[in-house]
Design a binder for this molecule. Structure first.
Ligand code: CA
Length: 228
């Protein structure tokens, strides 16, 4: 059995000192790079199963690494960002990063993000996607939606939005990704569409729409369908 390998591209030594043993205890094979150039070269040599990528690297922006990586790899990339890098984080997600962690983050959050990202890779080949979590069941093949045992009728737009979230269950979806997938490229910037339809999904599918457990807002970024 081969263990999943994770490449950490991060210049901050204290963070590497936290990440390397923490991931090691979970059985991952851990590789590290401290610059963008080294990150690109190690990714090419080792083809890791997942990359943890810092956005602020000494020689180049982390987005450079992501762009290069995405020319040949579809494996998951999780961005590590600082609080002031909100815009870069959203750009990274739109450029094909899978998810992000904002510093400082704990081990539980790290493991959850990695689990979801690796699970998605494994599921890419499985056609029959069913989301089933705490009373919410969405069958994408049959286009069936149930909440707490009851079938729920959704409008075509509501269903399309739900489908876009289910396909990324557990991962963040940016406003840009959701708007273009559900309404098309012309809807770019119409963030109020999302607020309106997300409120409708919460009303129809959450037990308490004011305290959502499934449809979570990621401020300034987008939304996440919670799958834990
Ligand atoms: Ca850094």
């Amino acid at each position: 059995m081969s263990l999943p390998s994770i490449l950490i591209v991060e210049d901050e030594a204290p963070l590497r000192r936290f990440l390397v043993p923490t991931l090691g205890t979970q059985g991952y094979q851990v590789l590290t790079a401290t610059t963008a150039a080294q990150g690109i070269s190690m990714a090419r040599t080792h083809n890791p199963d997942l990359v943890l990528l810092d956005l602020g690297l000494p020689d180049a922006d982390g987005l450079t690494v992501l762009r290069e990586l995405r020319t040949w790899s579809h494996r998951p990339v999780i961005i590590i960002s600082a609080r002031h890098q909100e815009r870069d984080k959203v750009r990274a997600l739109d450029l094909g990063a899978d998810d992000y962690l904002t510093k400082p983050f704990g081990a539980a959050e790290l493991f959850a993000r990695i689990r979801v990202a690796l699970r998605h890779t494994a599921q890419n080949t499985a056609q029959h996607a069913v989301f089933d979590c705490q009373g919410l069941r969405v069958d994408l093949e049959r286009r069936e939606v149930q909440a707490r045992g009851e079938t729920v009728r959704l409008t075509p737009i509501e269903y399309r939005l739900l489908e876009a979230l289910v396909r990324r269950a557990g991962k963040v979806a940016t406003q840009h990704q959701l708007l273009t997938e559900v309404w098309g490229p012309g809807a770019e910037g119409q963030n109020h569409y999302l607020r309106i339809y997300m409120a409708q999904l919460r009303k129809k599918l959450e037990a308490d729409p004011n305290r959502p457990i499934f449809f979570l807002t990621e401020p300034g970024v987008g939304y996440r369908l919670n799958s834990e």
